[in-house]
Design a protein around this ligand. Structure first.
Ligand SMILES: *Cc1c(COP(=O)(O)O)cnc(C)c1O
Length: 462
């Protein structure tokens, strides 16, 4: 299995190289050269399998000969062993034909654990046998960083630096990043918003001297390994509701377009998916774009669903690459226009996008109202991100096709917003109940590339 860049001029890589690299050297994102297919018979055979066994069958063809069968099975087993639910990704019914896929039973209570725990184990196996080490730098709107620190803390072959926007993430998110005491993990509070963190991260990857000097590796949502891990639960949940014998639709609370793009990959592999519905908060660049108004940056406005407070949605480049018939030159042109503020999508590409994706936008008041109304209707206490999804799903459901809304975080990760809407302060699960008492370790850093590079150089262990 070979991986190519959306911008056409970076080297073609195998799975291990694409995973360890993250961002391609031409600024693009890696995608598989061809998408492996699963027949209806193979999909039907997933019924009744454990999450781990499903994960193995869905992901195996993408990995190629990078891991042996046994290695890959072990990696998957270790990745999900620490989850707090036997089903890993359990489905709950909210209403007739509407289901909630709970993706928050991992160690940091958000869906990002599904990908990050797997990546951690894959890095460990790949680097350990080569005796190499890497420096992982990430930018986070809250949940990626905590999931990364949790997945890599104490591992021998990596140093981890996570930049987050100072003052713009929840206390639980912050504490999950600042309380691990292992010396190979560093939480950096940056003076700026998430887009600034993401921009400095891109700058570091485009600085080849620095990139090669510290052996930079990326685990942000653009990392192909992360997208791949997320493909699995589209299969496990759809099969539980009757796929491949009937189509299933999904609504996904969306920020960087990584989670929903995994759904698109599942569909390309052969899973019968009806609609893939993008749900955004007031930071709605994707909804505006999918509604035909072009992709134009606005100001990021802080919301009660902070993990979706994004104006530039990095994985959307992968969707554009396919919508433009995999023409890298067209993607390069669009990304150059984006630097100046935005671009319009061609009519042909728009038709392709709209054939797969629908979208909806939810205001702050509607998000809170949905937390309140869903508690009353089904007894489910939703986190604000999941509430954005449920609200959009209610508006976009079609009779005859079951709708699965992805619940991307546990309500206890965002207790203030949930309490304000519902009057209930959701408690942390017992295994992390002392989070508020643990001591914190964090470095305040400016939104300045040279200063950040200096900090990282000084703090790597080897
Ligand atoms: C990261 C995140 C999202 C957005 O996911 P993308 O893959 O970036 O679209 C939504 N909800 C929560 C809780 C998250 O942590």
């Amino acid at each position: 299995m070979r991986y190519i860049s959306t911008r056409g001029t970076a080297p073609v890589l195998n799975f291990e190289e694409a995973m360890l690299t993250g961002l391609a050297r031409d600024g693009g994102l890696y995608v598989p050269e061809t998408i492996p297919q699963m027949s209806a018979t193979e999909i039907a055979a997933l019924e009744g399998l454990s999450y781990e066994a499903t994960a193995y069958r869905v992901m195996r063809p993408f990995v190629g000969d990078v891991f042996t069968d046994d290695e890959f099975e072990d990696i998957i087993g270790r990745a999900y062993a620490g989850f707090g639910h036997a089903a890993r990704a359990p489905l709950k019914q909210l209403d007739q034909g509407h289901f909630l896929l709970e993706l928050f039973h991992g160690p940091t209570l958000a869906f990002k654990d599904f990908a990050m725990q797997l990546i951690g184990q894959m890095f460990q196996t790949a680097l350990g046998r080569k005796g190499e080490r890497v420096t992982i730098v990430g930018a986070t709107s809250g949940d990626t960083g905590s999931a990364a620190i949790e997945a890599f803390r104490g591992l021998d072959n990596v140093d981890v630096f996570i930049m987050y926007p100072h003052g713009r993430i929840s206390e639980v998110q912050r504490r999950q990043m600042t309380t691990p005491q292992e010396s190979n993990v560093h939480a950096l509070a940056m003076d700026g918003d998430f887009d600034a963190c993401q921009a400095r991260l891109k700058d570091m990857f485009n600085d080849f001297e620095f990139r090669d000097g510290v052996r930079l590796a990326g685990v942000n949502s653009i990392n192909w390994g992360r997208v791949l891990a997320q493909v699995v639960y589209y299969f496990s949940s759809a099969v539980a509701l009757g796929a491949p014998h009937r189509p299933i639709s999904f609504t996904v609370p969306t920020g960087n377009f990584g989670d929903i793009f995994a759904g698109y990959i599942a569909k390309q592999m052969g899973l019968p998916i009806g609609r893939l519905v993008v749900a955004t908060n007031q930071n709605d660049i994707l909804h505006r774009c999918l509604s035909g108004h072009g992709y134009h940056k606005g100001e990021t406005v802080p919301s009660i669903s902070p993990s979706m407070d994004i104006q530039v949605s990095s994985n959307f480049e992968r969707a554009l690459f396919d919508a433009y018939d995999r023409e890298a030159a067209a993607v390069v042109q669009l990304m150059n226009e984006l630097k100046e503020g935005g671009f319009d999508v061609s009519q042909g590409a728009m038709q392709v996008l709209q054939s797969h994706y629908s979208s909806g936008r939810v205001s702050e008041a509607e998000t809170s109202a949905t937390i309140t109304s869903e508690l009353k209707a089904s007894g489910e206490l939703l986190c604000p991100h999941s509430a954005v999804g449920v609200r959009v799903a209610q508006a976009q459901r079609e009779t005859g096709t079951p709708m699965i809304t992805l619940a991307t975080a546990h309500p206890a990760k965002f207790p203030d917003a949930v309490e304000q809407a519902s009057g209930i302060r959701p408690p942390l699960p017992p295994r992390m109940a002392d989070l508020y008492e643990r001591s914190e370790r964090v470095s305040r850093v400016p939104d300045d590339l040279e200063a950040l590079k200096g900090f990282i150089r000084e703090n790597i262990s080897a």
